[in-house]
Design a protein around this ligand. Sequence first.
Ligand code: GLU
Length: 602
Amino acid sequence: MRLTVRLSGPVALTAALATLAVSAPPAAYAADPPAKTPTAVGHGGAVSSVDADATAAGIEVLRKGGNAVDAAVATAAALGVTEPYSAGVGGGGYLVFYDARSGKVRTLDGRETAPRTAGADYFLEDGKPIPFAEAVTSGLSVGTPGTPATWENALRRWGTLRLGAALKPAERLADRGFTVDETFRQQTASNEKRFRAFPASRELFLPGGELPVVGSTLRNPDLADTYRELARKGTRALYAGELGEDVVRTVRKPPVDPASDLAVRKGQLTADDLRRYRALEQRPSHLDYRGLDVYGMAPSSSGGTTVGEALNILESTDVRDLSGTQYLHRFLEASRIAFADRNRWVGDPRFEDVPTRELLSQRYADSRACLISPDKALTSPLAPGDPRNPGDGCEASGKAVPENREGLSTTSLTASDKWGNVVAYTLTIESTGGSGVTVPGRGFLLNNELTDFNFIPVTPGVPDPNLPGPGKRPRSSMAPTIAVQDGKPLLAAGSPGGATIITTVLQILLGRIDRDLSLPEALAAPRASQRNAAVTQAEPGFLALPERERLEALGHAFTSTPEIGAAAALERLPDGRWLAAAEPVRRGGGSAAVTHPSPSGA
Ligand code: GLU
């Protein structure tokens, strides 16, 4: 069913909410933390991220005439300073770009790759998978970083700035330092034990051997130097230079304190792996949802196909007119079904025969949608369907494939400019704190992204598209998404949160498009995440909803989790202004800003 999207209703409320909260972004990076607000409305360009310094870096670039791509890179580089446990030079990510000139959406897959030596048995020892915790803190789980290549590529293809200019605000921020907040202190505390084992991590993140104090300034001159080196030499410094040599040396023999009892496995990355790395420009995932063109990341991320399949499943229902209970029921069921398929079918398409087009076909979604009953929740694990042979019936085929583990770190940003370009960009080093290993003298942590591979086939006897392979990208859930209406960008959103990213982005889109929520309301709404498991994760706010009991009566079971995701989003308002939205509370609250804020009350 194709419905007309009536997005005008909530916009008035959105704008009213937003103008109340508007404040100009700070101009300088003093040790004083910049003021932050989760909502901003105005003309020009917009940036939303989890961090006020990072958003300010993007806004600075926009104010100097840069475009959304320049701003996205500047914001991401600043996040490398202030959110070093989530993202940075040592990690990877996915960038989705709406190009106002052509009206087309482009994407860059900057996912980390496994070493050339990696076979399907990469994480096996004596035929058995190594303990997951031993992979988490190791050289073995470090993939070739893709973030610097993503930045350079995005700027070269679509930006206006050279890499050095886009890195400038972040370089300054790394030199001057940022103010430690409660979230940063907590994230450091959860990494303390392993950081102590690596002298370079200890010196950087445990100043004076202690947890950083809230309100203190954390500087990272080594990272400032790394940014300067990238500015001077380009990303060759990493992919074919001394910076790369340092990365390879660190991965192959992680520098552990001899006094530590932590056994740290060595990695296999080589200079050749780095030299071969490419960030890939590829077609976005695409589907039509109620007249909107929804674009996302195609595999190697499962974000685009899984958000897309769930939306397609819901397309045949008038979600707008459902009761609160039926809406949430169908959101959970659509996501359950889409995850059953994702777990079976999605991997790196350069190695696996991934049915991307079929997973996004309306015909396939309709063949799955009929599994949903209004009276009874489905039982998980639910078997996948066969996207290439949808059939007319409603039977699931094959064996159920449970999901693999994924970290809960990562960060997401959105940016737009006065020309109408939009970027949604999600980047990560996988776990909070990545591998725990800082490259000595370079100021950044290495990822442990290869733990996103399945170590062994998750269901014996069923082909697993997410086993390691030489140069292969582990399956991701990152789901930066841009929705376009009549050829013009309307919404952009993304979130961290491992596999919950998919359900968070889906819930935000549904809230905004179908449930008459303003964008800030859609971000603030309590979240739940059903990923083809017997039990659905839900935030305390979700469990307090009046619908909870009715959902339980339908057969849904919930487990409480403090927080799901930390989204960043933006919307183009009908009058041409941008609304930037960040989290009001999660992860300590995010930061949204515009270059030319509307005066309060306008
Ligand atoms: N590694 C995860 C992925 O690619 C992201 C981790 C996270 O969001 O914390 O989906």
